[in-house]
Design a protein around this ligand. Structure first.
Ligand SMILES: CC(C)(COP(=O)(O)OP(=O)(O)OC[C@H]1O[C@@H](n2cnc3c(N)ncnc32)[C@H](O)[C@@H]1OP(=O)(O)O)[C@@H](O)C(=O)NCCC(=O)NCCS
Length: 161
């Protein structure tokens, strides 16, 4: 049987919560309580995007907006979009979904007047690091012992215009 892998992107809907929590648990060691997803959605709904294929959610991205020192311009304050979590289920990887999710989130963060976008990524997460590099993110710093298992994180940042 030919498996269709077409997908569409749309804004998260609270009815997607269970599917998103499942994807998060399958794909990442950083898991969150249900209220965190809903709170993130309520705070910045346009930047919480899901990929859907044949009625099933197969990927998601969620972000928030922060104010703080720029990672790109020394000693400058910036409005910073923060990609909190992005994941695509294993059977749907390498189809451009991750790229499309990040692209959509960047567009929504730009519309919210973010100066830049950043995220944390494990040093050994080659797939994610390559994805972000392809999208113009650069490694701006390393946070030692960032993760609960004491792994370090790269901070990767991209200017938004
Ligand atoms: C990272 C992740 C979201 C990428 O999703 P995806 O839909 O497979 O990514 P795409 O198909 O859009 O890939 C876009 C580009 O990213 C890079 N990339 C993606 N997966 C890669 C891999 N396994 N190895 C090397 N480069 C990879 C490539 O440059 C790719 O372009 P190409 O296919 O033309 O070579 C997915 O691997 C995932 O869910 N991983 C587990 C969760 C995770 O690590 N999230 C990020 C936390 S910081």
């Amino acid at each position: 049987m030919l498996i269709q892998k077409n997908y569409t992107l749309r804004r998260f809907n609270p009815a997607d919560l269970e599917a998103v929590i499942n994807i998060n648990r399958v794909c990442l060691p950083e898991n969150y309580a249900a209220y965190f997803f809903i709170d993130t959605y309520n705070t910045l709904p346009d930047t919480f995007v899901v990929a859907e294929s044949q009625g099933h959610v197969v990927g998601y991205i969620m972000c928030r907006l922060e104010h703080g020192f720029s990672d790109l311009k020394k000693l400058r304050f910036a409005k910073k979009g923060h990609i909190i979590s992005v994941a695509v289920i294993p059977d749907f990887r390498r189809l451009g979904i991750g790229y499309s999710l990040v692209e959509q989130a960047l567009s929504a963060l730009s519309a919210a007047n973010s100066d830049e976008c950043y995220l944390e990524v494990r040093l050994n997460n080659e797939a994610a690091i390559e994805l972000y590099k392809k999208m113009g993110f650069i490694i701006t710093r390393t946070i030692p012992r960032y993760y609960f298992d004491s792994s370090d994180a790269y901070v990767m940042t991209k200017a938004l215009t």
